[in-house]
Ligand binder design. Structure first.
Ligand code: CP
Ligand code: NVA
Length: 317
């Protein structure tokens, strides 16, 4: 075989057996391990799989705003040889969600959806004959957590035994970190105000994963206890998209949970700061922390691209 033929052949990517990523539970622990390895490989060799998804198209549906998720999915599919089309607006208002799924699966090879409700993602998946990918719902943000784990592994050379404290609202971003961190053997601590604890089912599932992988998951209302000894301090906005009416009350409730230099000093000496972005400086994080040497937020944002390229290869190649 000539050298030209060898270099043109598409390398083989591992697969996600469930065929979807409706939540973090769609991917097994060993598939997650494969995804993180493939993401690192893609970061080192960005063009290695450049033709693997030639003539493959994504439908990107967004009920909410996005910078990182939308642009990294568009770039990811293009860098793998395919392309994407985008639709912004409510899903299921103008026509039933099940009809949307059965239009998009005739035109494109996968549906990536950012929705208000997890049930919208599940309904798309139930009716679509092509993979459906969760690009954030009220319950999960799996694609974010893949990039987060990639970033942590880059900094600490491993995930097992690393303590991550998520400070803030126990919702989508926290849920995905709990599930995926726990099954990689991490120690996940959620520090949140009373009434903003993670979903009980997600907590139970995370505890189960932690037990299998030698990690742990805990929830506390005491932020200093949460960050004590943490290698990673992670926060997210206090008011998620769609909760704007609660913003004032949330600012009052969450103010003691701000990640500032004093709180970072309570973490491990080599701790890094992570944030999924967009950040509200002066609320959940101070400008000093997000701009500090401890901050790895732009590595995280970069890794969205590599991790999603890995995900697309595992679902579509
Ligand atoms: N972190 C994240 O999902 O960013 P976007 O809302 O800009 O997509
Ligand atoms: N929890 C935030 C994450 C944004 C990426 C939200 O749902 O708006």
């Amino acid at each position: 075989m000539s050298a030209a033929l060898v270099s043109e052949a598409s390398p083989q990517a591992p697969v996600i057996a469930s065929g979807d990523l409706t939540s973090d539970l769609s991917i097994t622990s060993s598939e997650l391990r494969d995804l993180l390895s493939l993401a690192s490989e893609l970061k080192l060799n960005p063009t290695r799989y450049a033709a693997s998804l030639k003539h493959r198209y994504l439908s990107l549906l967004f009920e909410k705003p996005s910078l990182r998720t939308r642009l990294t999915f568009e770039l990811a599919i293009k860098q793998l040889g395919g392309d994407a089309v985008v639709s912004i607006g409510p899903i299921g208002d103008r026509e039933p969600t099940k009809d949307i799924a059965r239009n998009l699966d005739r035109w494109t090879n996968a549906i990536v959806a950012r929705t208000f409700l997890q049930s919208t993602i599940d309904e798309l998946a139930a009716w679509s004959s092509v993979p459906v990918i969760n690009a954030l719902s009220d319950m999960y943000h799996p694609c974010q957590s893949f990039a987060d784990l990639q970033t942590i592994e880059e900094r600490f050379d491993s995930l097992a035994g690393i303590k991550l404290c998520f400070v803030g609202d126990g919702n989508n971003v926290a849920h995905s970190l709990m599930l995926n961190g726990a099954r990689m053997g991490m120690h996940i601590s959620i520090a949140c105000p009373k009434g903003y604890e993670p979903n009980m089912h997600v907590l139970d599932q995370s505890l189960h994963f932690a037990q299998q992988a030698g990690g742990s998951v805990s929830v506390t209302n005491d932020v200093n206890e949460g960050v004590s000894g943490a290698h990673v301090v992670y926060t997210d906005v206090w008011t998620s998209m769609g909760q704007e009416a609660e913003a004032e009350e949330r600012i009052r409730t969450f103010t003691p949970y701000q990640v500032n230099s004093e709180l970072m000093a309570a973490a491990s000496r080599d701790a890094i700061f992570l944030h999924c972005l967009p950040a509200k400086r002066g609320q959940e994080v101070t400008d000093a922390v997000i701009e500090s040497n401890q901050s790895a937020v732009f590595d995280q944002a970069e890794n969205r691209l590599h991790a999603q390229k890995a995900l697309l290869l595992m679902l579509l190649a």
